[in-house]
Design a binder for this molecule. Structure first.
Ligand SMILES: [Zn+2]
Ligand SMILES: [Zn+2]
Length: 193
């Protein structure tokens, strides 16, 4: 298996992704991704149109090789996505859903340190209604592909029991490895794009 390296900008946290080309490489322009990045003070993960470049994989493909204890998790609302980030330098790492049984991780691609080609081509542009500026994409593309990949991945991971291999949840009750912090309405509004 081939893997490709990732690290936060300060270098205290490192991870890699196995078989990155099996993932779906996309750009999400949604207001929530922008809000999370802005709240963390990590606007540098956003492109000029407000997009976040993401590689969607199964959590078992992610291995932390340094500073796994630096994981923190943020939620924009009590039911929002689990937005994992480093606590060393407040850098977004990956998004998961609340239940590890739905095996899914959207890894933030700006931390990628390997050959750019390792992640494959960008194949979906989603929530473009929230994009802005001159380089804003005209419309969403690849939504069907994204939904299909999500469902088939989660199905295989669940039926095989491989959903249990995740760096984000642990223990007999598969609890999150960090305590989620839910933003207040004020904090959320302040960071809105
Ligand atoms: Zn998003
Ligand atoms: Zn760091």
């Amino acid at each position: 298996m081939t893997h490709t390296p990732f690290s936060c900008p300060c270098g205290e946290t490192e991870w890699h992704i196995e078989a990155p080309k099996s993932g779906l490489h996309l750009i999400c322009y949604c207001a929530d991704c922008q809000t999370a990045a802005r709240h963390l003070g990590a606007d540098t993960v956003l492109d000029a149109a407000g997009g976040t470049e993401i590689l969607q994989v199964a959590p078992e493909q992610i291995t932390f090789t340094k500073g796994a204890e630096n994981l923190g998790v943020l939620r924009l609302s009590p039911k929002g996505l689990m937005r994992w980030h480093t606590t060393c330098c407040n850098t977004p790492v990956a998004n998961t859903v609340q239940s590890p049984k739905i095996a899914f991780a959207g890894v933030i691609a700006s931390n990628h340190r390997g050959d750019p080609k390792a992640l494959g081509k960008v194949r979906a542009w989603v929530n473009t209604v929230y994009a802005r500026g001159a380089r804003k994409p005209a419309k969403d593309q690849g939504m069907g592909r994204m939904a299909w990949t999500f469902l088939s991945r989660a199905f295989v991971q669940f039926t095989s029991g491989r959903w249990r291999n995740t760096p984000f949840f642990a223990g007999p009750d598969m609890a999150p490895v960090a305590t989620p912090r839910v933003l207040s309405k004020e904090e959320r509004n302040r960071a809105r794009p």
